[in-house]
Design a protein around this ligand. Structure first.
Ligand SMILES: *Cc1c(COP(=O)(O)O)cnc(C)c1O
Length: 381
């Protein structure tokens, strides 16, 4: 079976974990956590990056830092992972879902303005598949209505929009280093902060409501409980694992992009004949090959396609069930405007095997299976 995903493993991970053990420092904010934070800040030109226990934790921190009051609303796409939504529900917000664009599966920037009310506080964007949302239009809207922007850039590490790294464009950027993401520490993530006025509150939030980070910097002579908070800092063992990958981030990125481009070239003929649809990367977006998806004509064809690939030893998978139609989505939010694309497009999408180290031979088997399905599918659907 060709797996849909395999977590990245570069080889130096175990050595760095051993190093952390030798340091006698395996809790949070040790040497490797600091190295990872500094790397993220340097590479993405961010004034502050903090590793977290997950992408979800980074979203929770961002949501808490937005200082949502009861009744406040948050606008987000319905086509996303539950974490994008649940982080803001925990912070006390009502969710207002909007439609996506069919070309990128990202929030439709033109649907946002009509969803804004007097209670709107935050726009949350999700850079699906590591392809940027239309951030110029979105940040302009946010300034016009005095709203915060949170980027769920869980899939967007190493991607950019008009030269700006994803995660550094809004007020807060959230990365994920889950094993299914491009760079991994098993479970983990990072919060990127745009305005330095949020740095200390974020440190307090992450360190159980204490000013321990100030203490370690020698800015106070003892640390104490100063505000509400939680434990959002990962073990240095996990950071050591991640460090091995950040060090080789360009190798991972190039390997994934090569696979992505091979898929794209192999299927462009089928796309030209309108047998399937391919992902769109708009002008100005540099992506990170987080995902390779294609779209069938509808649900029935997709179900048959996934089964067909499975019979040929290829694992493929669909993606999000729109949140507004999920039980919790109905409970915590509403859909603003019309669901023109979200449900229809979510039923067409299929993700193919994509991971660091996918071999050319394995990928050729995937490509061959896809091509043979669509060679005969027109008569069946
Ligand atoms: C993976 C992902 C998350 C959650 O990240 P975790 O690290 O698994 O908590 C959130 N949003 C999106 C869009 C994701 O893809």
């Amino acid at each position: 079976m060709i797996n849909f995903n395999e977590p990245p493993f570069l080889g130096m991970e175990l050595g760095y974990i051993q190093h952390a053990i030798n340091n006698k420092k395996i809790c949070g904010d040790g040497e490797f956590t600091k190295r990872c934070n500094a790397w993220l800040e340097d590479r993405f030109d961010s004034q502050k990056a903090l590793l977290t226990t997950s992408g979800t934790a980074a979203l929770e921190m961002a949501a808490l830092m937005c200082e949502i009051k009861p009744g406040d609303e948050v606008i987000l796409p319905s086509y996303t992972f539950s974490s994008t939504a649940t982080a803001f529900v925990l912070a006390g917000a009502r969710l207002v879902f909007v439609d996506i664009r069919p070309d990128t599966m990202n929030v439709d920037e033109c649907a946002i303005e009509a969803a804004i009310t007097g209670k709107t506080k935050v726009i949350v964007v999700v850079h699906y598949a590591g392809v940027a949302c239309e951030m110029d239009a979105i940040t302009a809207m946010a300034s016009k209505y005095d709203l915060l922007v949170v980027e769920d850039a869980a899939q967007g590490v190493m991607s950019a929009y008009k030269g700006r790294p994803l995660g550094t464009i809004g007020d807060f950027g959230c990365y994920s280093f889950h094993e299914t993401k491009n760079y991994s520490m098993g479970e983990g993530g990072a919060l990127l902060i745009a305005d330095e006025k949020h740095n200390e509150p974020a440190e307090v939030l992450r360190e159980k409501g204490t000013n321990r980070s100030r203490f370690f910097r020698g800015q106070v002579d003892k640390y104490t409980w100063v505000d509400y908070g939680s434990s959002y800092l990962p073990s240095d063992l996990n950071a050591a694992f991640l460090w091995a990958q950040l060090e080789r981030a360009d190798d991972i990125n190039e390997d994934r992009l090569a696979s992505w481009n091979r898929y794209y070239r192999a299927f462009s003929d089928l796309a030209a004949r309108e047998k399937l649809s391919l992902p769109v990367v708009p002008e100005g977006c540099v992506h990170n090959a987080h995902m390779f998806y294609l779209k069938c004509r509808g649900l029935e064809e997709r179900t048959a396609f996934i089964a067909y690939l499975k019979e040929r030893g290829v694992q493929s998978t669909f993606h999000y069930i729109p949140l507004h139609s999920a039980p919790a989505g109905r409970k915590f939010g509403r859909f603003a405007g019309k669901d023109v694309h979200t449900t229809v497009e979510s039923e067409r999408i299929v993700r193919l095997p994509m991971y660091y180290g996918l071999t050319v031979e394995d990928q050729a088997r995937v490509i061959e299976a896809v091509q043979s399905f669509f060679a005969s599918s027109s008569t069946r659907f």
